[in-house]
Design a binder for this molecule. Sequence first.
Ligand code: SF4
Length: 334
Amino acid sequence: MSDKLLNLVVDLYGCPNRCLHCWLGHMPNRRMEDDADRFIVDYFSPYFDRIAFYSWLREPDFCDDYAERWERDLAVSRNARPERFELASFWRIVRDENYIPFLRTVGVKKVQLTFFGLEATQDRYVGRKGAYREVMEATDLLIRGGILPRWQCFVNEENRGEIVDLLRISEGIRESSCPELEFFVHEGTCDGENRKLYPIRILKRHIPEELLPVWPDSATLTTEKDCCGILEADDSRPSFPVGEQVTLNISNEYDVYYNYTHMTKPWVIGNLKKEDPASLIRRILSGDTFALRAAGKHTWAELARRYGDPSSDRVFSLEDFRMYLVNRELERAE
Ligand code: SF4
């Protein structure tokens, strides 16, 4: 029996959006079987004493009976409690007048809303017409419902001007109705759908000055070139050891993944319907997976030399750049 806390994060219902930056990657929506929650928890129960069950991996509260669903998440969890975080469904906020009161009852005080630009850009990036109008309406409804909105903006070469416009809009809302409205920007990771946006990743020299105060750690921003320089003498190999908590993403086809980077074929650890628990759990805890074995064949220096662009001014945190390199290698090894 492992003494680690196990978080099971399951795509029971799917997501109404198809964001161009989605780090998980796009997957078809499929409502899983009614007893999927119990089956999944029972699968792991002989090996973990503490299990927190989450019925949403993509959109929170996407099912119509979200209040009962939350109670069931609590009931099927064992000696642990799932968290709400600062997440909610803007799709549901604008469609269901009971939703914000529900969020308050489960202790949500702040909700993060994601922006990519003004109306046409936001609708295109979310993959739905009306998404901009909805996220603005959700902002208003949250403020009136006593929950603080936090705007997060993904900035790239294409939308950097519009993100400045959004900053101005947020300042207007702060002055008129919500002085505490939060606003921040970042470049996003480079996995999942966001990997396809590499060509328009923001260049450090093009970051609008107005955005620097709302860019966390803007004073220490690194670029692809900086990351290549840091890694050029790093002879250690990629390794992603399991920590005190094990968090697993589970697809609607029962495929199991760690909760970092995207959910693509090379990252599948195994399938709950096809494999016996003892062998799958051994591989989860020991990192004995296709992706980690393939990534560990090379040093960071080799990966950076092979896939990094030492002349690139694209903004990258070192951690995101490392994952980008690993995924470049897996694309080749697949
Ligand atoms: S980023 Fe979130 S809301 Fe957008 S498609 Fe992915 S899971 Fe859905």
